[in-house]
Design a protein around this ligand. Structure first.
Ligand code: NAD
Length: 320
């Protein structure tokens, strides 16, 4: 039986990935600094470890693995990325260097790294799509993106020297049930779902910026399809994985409100917005057979009820 180690298995995408790999028949050990928040891990084994620490990385890899999926990161939405840049750069560089170094020592066969489209520069609305090669010359918008770019290079160098295969995906903004939905690390789709769930019908919600920033949002099941196709391919260069449906932040809010069946007014307030626009080529991952199957409205229809349930439970807990 093939063995996979999933680092970051207590997090949103990692927890979903564990279930996908187990369903595919792999033996999986999940590792994270915390237990999964919303459901028991589906992994055959779950290990608590701080992957910033090289010795704990070696312990996580004990017993040997065919594949390592490295998704552990100190991360969050734009609010967190802008307010915690030193923590992000320190913690993530330690995790990324120590996990790949321990993986090389453990003699693994294949290493998957979860990078981000934050490695790209800001774009103007309407600009032609960027290919993976156009991450260079590098000009990421934030320090999280710089660290991701550096980590991509670390992984590739270890692969070349260590004699194992490397796969690098640059994820676009990903959402779905079981993602962080409050607390300051949540990303736009979960934050908007929460705000709409908390608002009364006919009420108002606050949205950071002027609402015109353009993004695309990938439903987590689609992302997992892309990860698995990439890992099983022979592409060692980075590949973007995302949904080609681009919308403004205001359009995202309108989609969530429609799904919720609420009439919601938007009040634009100052806040960390991030880049103005995004438009990425998916030709590389599409050449492997990838297709984003879940349109934004359907993905929100599968995510909003999950967030709304949590909002209702939190409100019930507050009122006793
Ligand atoms: P997440 O925060 O839900 O999961 C990350 C997990 O890493 C968390 O469970 C956290 O506890 C764990 N972690 C952090 N520091 C650790 C440490 N020192 N030791 C062990 N575990 C540690 O985030 P996610 O959305 O599931 O993202 C997974 C990966 O995908 C990350 O690398 C992230 O940068 C990347 N990514 C995500 C998105 C997105 O939209 N969600 C977009 C681009 C890239």
């Amino acid at each position: 039986m093939k063995k996979a180690l999933v680092c970051g298995a207590g997090g949103f995408i990692g927890a979903h990935l564990v279930r996908r790999l187990v369903d595919e028949g792999l033996w999986v050990r999940g590792v994270d600094i915390k237990e999964p928040e919303f459901a028991a891990s589906g992994a055959q084994e779950f290990v608590l470890a701080d992957l910033r620490d090289r010795e704990q990385c070696a312990k996580a890899l004990a017993g040997g693995f065919d594949d390592v999926y490295q998704l552990a990161a100190d991360m969050g939405g734009m609010g967190f990325i802008h307010s915690a840049e030193c923590e992000i750069m320190r913690n993530n560089v330690l995790v990324n260097v120590n996990v790949v170094d321990a993986a090389a020592e453990a003699g693994i066969s294949r290493y998957f790294y979860s990078s981000s489209v934050c490695v790209y520069r800001d774009m103007a609305v309407g600009e032609a799509e960027l290919t993976e090669a156009q991450a260079y010359p590098a000009q990421p918008d934030n320090e999280y993106g710089w660290e991701k770019l550096y980590a991509e290079r670390v992984v590739s160098a270890y692969g070349r020297r260590g004699g194992f295969e490397t796969r690098i995906a640059r994820f676009q903004n990903t959402y779905g049930p079981e993602g962080t939905w409050r607390g300051g690390r949540e990303k736009a789709p979960a934050a908007i779902c929460r705000k709409v769930a908390e608002a009364a019908d006919g009420g108002e919600i606050e949205v950071w910026g002027d609402g015109s920033a353009v993004r695309s949002y990938t439903f987590v099941d689609d992302l997992l399809d892309g990860i698995r196709l990439l890992v099983e391919s022979d592409r060692s260069e980075p590949a973007n994985i995302g949904n080609p449906e681009y919308v403004t932040v205001d359009e995202l809010v309108r989609t969530v409100a429609e799904v919720a069946g609420k009439d919601v007014r938007i009040r634009h307030v100052d806040g960390p917005v991030g880049v103005q626009s995004r438009n990425f080529s998916h030709a590389a991952v599409e050449a492997l057979g990838f297709e984003a199957r879940v349109p934004l409205r359907e993905g929100i229809a599968r995510t909003y009820p999950w967030v709304a349930q949590r909002v209702a439970a939190a409100a019930a807990a507050r009122t006793g």
